[in-house]
Design a protein around this ligand. Structure first.
Ligand SMILES: Cc1ncc(COP(=O)(O)O)c(C=O)c1O
Length: 435
């Protein structure tokens, strides 16, 4: 046994690995993780095959393949016009990364020094916390509050402005936004961006902002608003996108970071020292496909429009199916992205005691299914998720796995359902839950 290994991260497998293993073991329908159920468009695949055949198989420029940076500048410049009123410079304002994940890593690890704070809203995408820990930064969260919608039929997530204001200060190095948000599906409104901007100017003018906008093209009921486009925000903001999400090629792991030159350079330094280069044929294929995204596709105006309509319908249908499953759920308002949260607190009495009592979970040494240690009680959402997978045949994620330890007990009533699925998976869900 090795001893004294440095421990930078918790010795705990990410919860989604655990639930994926459980899902496989019980042959359940996996609505836990965000693998899009739609494949990449045929033109992207063609371009990938051509890129490989043409010999784009060796290292390229550190900051990303030049052809891709040019194409990204053309594709993203119009939306940054309100901020900079010119085109993005492909050499100094764009960095190509190994998915949005490594864009986040590059941005956070090099920006945040020992003990400096990253502030984000909770629940949050869990990698934010692990990357901050790796960078030796301090991770601080502000829980979103829920309130009933006007007609009382659903719950809305809202910002706690007072706590946000109190949490900002000279110690704040980065405010991390997710827009649209994972896991709540909340989208930033223009007035909310303005409020964040004002509070930052007042309380933490030195802070940078990382805006994780990987679901930018997936807003269901409102426009996508960009943090970088309000006031002087461009100067302090790193905006992150994912080619994998945009083109349903998540396995290729090509992402982009757009920021003013000083911030892009910082992230590029980290990128060069860690990754150096990534998937060149994928970069070439994406470069040649960005223009094609805007052509009509399957009866829709564009490929992103086709994906958005499919997932919007899946969202409505999935919520409907879960609400009519005989299990009492309260839906939350999902405005964008891959997931919807459902409040399962009224379902407690349906869950057998075995799942609610610590120490009773199976611990299967042949899989990654593990016995998590719960202090006094098993959070409702974990118990629900285990029971739902094993007994009902559908895997979902416990919502509190998107929370820090301190808040887990308070936010343990939500389950996260993936809605990034085509009609066939929706039908399968309907069939399973109507049994
Ligand atoms: C909010 C958020 N940011 C970043 C990522 C990572 O994206 P990529 O696959 O491009 O690394 C994900 C993936 O699910 C995500 O949900």
């Amino acid at each position: 046994m090795y001893k004294n290994l440095p421990k930078k991260l918790d010795n705990m497998l990410h919860i989604w690995s655990e639930f994926n293993m459980l899902s496989l073991k019980y042959n359940a329908l996996n609505l836990a993780h965000g693998t899009p159920g739609i494949d990449a468009p045929p033109f992207l695949i063609e371009n990938m095959v051509k890129a490989v055949r043409e010999g784009n198989n060796q290292y390229t420029a550190v900051q990303g393949h030049p052809e891709l940076r040019e194409a990204l500048s053309k594709f993203y410049s119009p939306r940054f016009k309100p901020a900079i009123n010119r085109d993005l410079d492909p050499n100094t304002e764009i960095l190509v990364t190994v998915g949005a994940s490594s864009a986040l890593n590059n941005a956070i690890v090099n920006l945040v020094d020992h003990g400096e704070e990253i502030l984000t809203f909770e629940p949050f995408y869990p990698n934010y916390m692990s990357i901050t820990k790796l960078g030796r930064g301090k991770f601080r969260t502000i829980p979103l509050k829920t309130s009933p919608t006007e007609d009382g039929s659903a719950l809305n997530f809202e910002y706690d402005w007072d706590t946000f204001e109190e949490s900002l200060g000279p110690q704040t190095k980065v405010v991390l936004l997710t827009n649209p948000h994972n896991p709540t599906g909340k989208c930033l409104r223009k007035e909310e961006i303005e409020r964040i901007t004002e509070l930052l100017e007042e309380k933490a003018p030195q802070a940078y902002v990382i805006s994780d906008d990987v679901y930018d093209f997936l807003t269901y009921d409102q426009d996508y608003e960009m943090f970088a486009n309000v006031g002087d925000n461009w100067k302090k903001t790193i905006t992150i996108y994912s080619g994998g999400k945009l083109m349903n090629c998540t396995g290729w792991k090509v992402g982009f970071l757009i920021a003013p030159p000083d911030l892009t350079r910082e992230a590029a330094l980290m990128h060069e020292s860690s990754i150096f280069n990534l998937n060149v044929p994928g970069q070439v294929a994406i470069a040649r496909s960005l223009d094609l995204l805007n052509q009509p596709f399957e009866g829709y105006n564009s490929y992103p429009e086709y994906v958005r309509s499919t997932f919007a319908k899946s969202k409505d249908d999935m919520v409907d199916i879960f609400m009519n499953s005989g299990i009492p759920f309260t839906p939350t308002v999902c405005e964008g992205g891959y997931f919807v949260l459902l409040d399962a607190s009224a379902a407690r009495s349906l869950i057998p005691d075995q799942f609610l009592t610590p120490g009773n979970y199976e611990d299967d040494k042949d899989t990654l299914v593990i016995q998590r240690e719960f202090k006094n009680k098993v959070p409702l959402d974990y118990a629900f998720a285990r029971w739902f997978c094993i007994n009902k045949g559908i895997t979902i994620m416990p919502g509190s796995s998107f929370c820090i330890e301190k808040e887990k007990d308070m936010i343990d009533n939500f389950i996260r359902v993936a809605i990034c699925k085509p009609e066939s998976i929706v039908q399968q869900t309907r069939q399973i839950l109507s049994q």
